[in-house]
Design a protein around this ligand. Sequence first.
Ligand code: FAD
Length: 440
Amino acid sequence: MPEEHILVLGGGPAGSAVAIGLSRMGYAVTLVGEPRPFDAVEGVSERVIQGMKSAGFERALEVVGGASPRQVTWSGSTNAANTEHLVPRQAFDQALLQDLAQQGVRVLRGRVLSCRVTEMGHQAQVRLEAGGEQVVSAAFLVEARGRAAPAAGIPRVKGTHTVSLLQYWQGPEAMPCTAIQSFADGWAWLARRKNGRRYLQLTLDVAGTQLPPKQGLSDWCRERFAQLEQAEPFMHASEPVGEVYARTSAPVLCEQSAGANWIRVGDAAMAVDPLSGNGIFQALSSALQAPAVVNTLMRHPERAALAQAFHEARMEGLFYRFARIGRDFYAQEQQWPQTPFWRARSQWPDTCPMHEAITPEQVTTEWRPVVREGLIEQAHVVVTPDQPLGVWHLNGVRLAPLLDAIRAAPALPPEQVLSHLLGEEKAVLMTRWMRQQGWL
Ligand code: FAD
């Protein structure tokens, strides 16, 4: 059983998922977390709920609402086909800390004041919620403090400067629901919880918006919401409460997200535009394979370069995938294509299509890092333009040797080549599947 101590900074979805994953591997894990200082709700899809279940978020899931209807008014038309689950983040993050303690992670509730590299690893100075300060040392550090994680000296790719203004409203109890509406210089996300609390959020361009001084911000937001047809049911019989909360929401990718004894996960490694609605999903995705990367860095330092390359390629792949999803959704808004807000976002990060038709000449077999039994190792995989990290196996059947065998016998039908390796029936199915992928 591994004995080294691992320190996780930040108890959001990413830090919690990695801490639980490492604890399940037998590592001694301490997580230092200060739950979010502000109230926010976020929407997630059903697949995120499933991801949270497998990550071990039992108590946290108890505070997540059921599926609520969502109306989207985009490019002049309204669609009400979708639903989303509302996550009250303060309560959720509090419950996550309980899940962690339940699953064997040592939890220190408090604020990380500083963290420095030492000969033995890392040392963090923590101001405890209960009072006093404590120093925590560990051989390995997982940085999961979200967008607040310090990143000095790390090269970063950034999208257009975006700010989200969140205004709370209170009204009578009502059925939970959400809505999205675009407007000439941004878009709004509106949410209502059963307890009558409303969360009205404007997402705007930082450079292109003349915001009023702080004391005028609440009235300014109120006026902006009053111009939105979708906001009417959320504002009805309700009043703004408290101050407007501003959050930076520009996409950002750290180009270095792992070293010999540290790793960045979740928003600390890559944060996406909230329009993609996938922030928590990407945080969980980035955390899913991180324990295998950490395990490899600790157990097999000779494979450090491979493990780092694996993690960084995954972070970059996720970042660009969600950036392009966001870009295509922005591009669907056709009412103001030339205004700075919409023009910048419908063209960033590039013009690469989300999905390309694959042709056999684009498909190669290569050696790439994969996860096997909790470790990163090299494997022979099939690489395509839309699967740049490679496809290793399909239901346990390794694909690269099959493709190589087909290519080594161009005169024979692929079914015949594969039948020697898989048997006749499976060879027919596999050939059909490879053709569907555009590999043959
Ligand atoms: P976080 O959830 O940010 O967790 C980091 C944790 O570290 C927090 O608990 C924080 O309090 C703690 N922390 C920070 N600094 C310290 C410190 N010094 N000491 C101790 N603890 C610290 N995603 C969705 O899926 N759906 C949405 O609807 C959605 N809406 C969004 C709207 C906006 C405006 C923004 C900006 C983001 C939105 N997101 C949404 C994205 C989502 O919030 C993040 O992607 C996700 O929470 C990332 O998880 P994480 O664990 O990496 O970071």
